[in-house]
Design a protein around this ligand. Structure first.
Ligand code: PLP
Length: 420
């Protein structure tokens, strides 16, 4: 083992005291990353779920280059630019009908902060005192204070408890217990008159790739609608084809009141996020009274280069072949997963769209399960970028991955199970 040194760079979600030498990547191409030592790594998790069409997609790279030479930054209050306007127009065409306004920010977490502020701003501006947020057990919505507050409490945020606000939590809709979740949502909405319910549609990502069916999502939306509670869909991970449709909400025929998109918005090339909302949420802030302004910004809001990358990504999605490719990856994933469905070493073998997940049967489970780092090391030795969530192994590849790549990935998963 290489001796541990104290890195001058403090990396995210990294325990430096246990970290081997960082792998230095020189370039990316499609589903592959190339290290400084010339090793080719298959990116089986799309570099933290962001890369959709593959690393350095030529159309996205070219859009970035063109825009960088033209206009690379402009304050977005009082000023606008073509890439942002084109992205907003196309987003409103592609997202569920009924979302009417687009607010830009720069990460999934900030898109969630914006969503929460929009919800509370709405109730405040129409003169109703509704501030409580309802969340789902095991959720993850990001690492800023508001996003952590609406996420599951646990090891990720134990130290920051005093900074977090209280929420009401409904149980995850485990198979066979969906009605418990729906009943809990209904009674919380009735008794607490909350401002909003925030949820990851169809798949809870960092909470362990937990999947639930579209009819539950539809019912949750119906309950919120009936009780006048704003429904916030956090599609930061589930958007951009991951669940088999462009957005997960489509499968439930649901239009959220507020929706968050990021990660694959630029195809995974640059940081950018958007929060979309219904007209009446915008209208509650629309007034000659300046105190009703939506007070949120960041310096790089709607950065033109990031927007140009997003525009190139949206153009790719307008091409039907992109969704066909998503369908093919879903099929390939199912075929690769098939033998694991009867493999006694694994439990909860599951797939939604292009994402698969399976739990290795171990003595301990959860994010800090001791098997996690061991599995990570095995996958690294096999030149695979896989990052298990404790004993949960998942595969979320870019859509240019091949059947041969998947065979390599699942072969390594099978071998790793014996070591574990
Ligand atoms: N929401 C969901 C559902 C996520 O999965 C993530 C990140 O994984 C976030 C929000 C936070 O996004 P970011 O890491 O870009 O801040």
């Amino acid at each position: 083992m290489t001796p541990k040194t104290k890195s001058p760079i403090w990396h995210p979600f990294t325990q430096h005291a246990l970290q081997d030498k960082m792998t230095k990547i020189l370039r990316g191409d499609g589903a592959y990353l190339y290290t400084a030592d010339g090793v080719r790594i298959i990116d089986a998790i799309s570099s933290w779920w962001v890369v959709t069409h593959g690393h350095c997609h030529p159309r996205i790279v070219s859009a970035i280059q063109d825009q960088a030479a033209r206009l690379n930054q402009i304050i977005f209050a009082g000023y606008t630019h073509d890439p942002a306007e084109e992205v907003a127009t196309q987003l409103l065409q592609l997202t569920p009908a009924g979302l009417d306004h687009v607010f830009f920010s720069d990460s999934g977490s900030t898109s969630v902060e914006v969503a929460l502020k929009m919800a509370l701003g709405y109730w405040h501006n129409i003169g109703k005192h509704r501030t409580r947020i309802v969340v789902m057990q095991h959720s993850y919505h990001g690492d800023t204070i508001g996003a952590m507050s609406v996420g599951a409490r646990g090891v990720f945020n134990a130290a920051y408890g005093p900074l977090l606000f209280n929420v009401s939590t409904i149980p995850f809709p485990a198979t066979g217990h969906e009605q418990v979740t729906l009943d809990a949502l209904e009674s919380t909405c009735r008794n607490e008159r909350p401002a909003a319910f925030i949820v990851e549609p169809l798949i809870l990502g960092a909470g362990g790739m937990l999947m639930y069916p579209a009819w539950v999502l539809r019912e949750m939306k119906r309950i919120c609608e009936t009780s006048g509670v704003l429904f916030i869909a956090d599609e930061v991970m589930t958007g951009w084809g991951r669940t088999g449709t462009l957005f997960a909400c489509e499968q439930a025929n649901v239009t959220p009141d507020i929706a968050c998109y990021s990660k694959g918005l630029t195809g995974g090339a640059l940081p950018l996020a958007v929060t979309l909302c219904r007209a009446d949420i915008f209208d509650a802030h629309y007034s000659k009274d300046r105190t009703r302004t939506f007070f949120h910004s960041s310096s790089y809001t709607a950065n033109p280069i990031a927007c140009a990358a997003a525009k190139a990504n949206l153009d790719l999605w307008r091409d039907q072949s992109t969704l066909r490719r998503v369908g093919l990856i879903a099929t390939l994933q199912e075929q690769a997963l098939e033998p694991f469905r009867t493999d006694a070493r694994f439990a909860n073998v599951r797939r939604t769209g292009t994402i698969t997940a399976l739990d290795l049967k171990t003595t301990d489970s959860g994010y800090l399960a001791s098997i996690g780092p061991k599995l990570g090391a095995i996958f690294k030795d096999r030149s695979l970028l896989l990052r298990p969530l404790g004993n949960t192994i998942y595969v979320m590849p870019p859509y240019c991955v091949t059947a041969a790549d998947l065979a390599e990935i699942y072969g390594a998963i099978s071998d790793a199970a014996d070591v574990g």
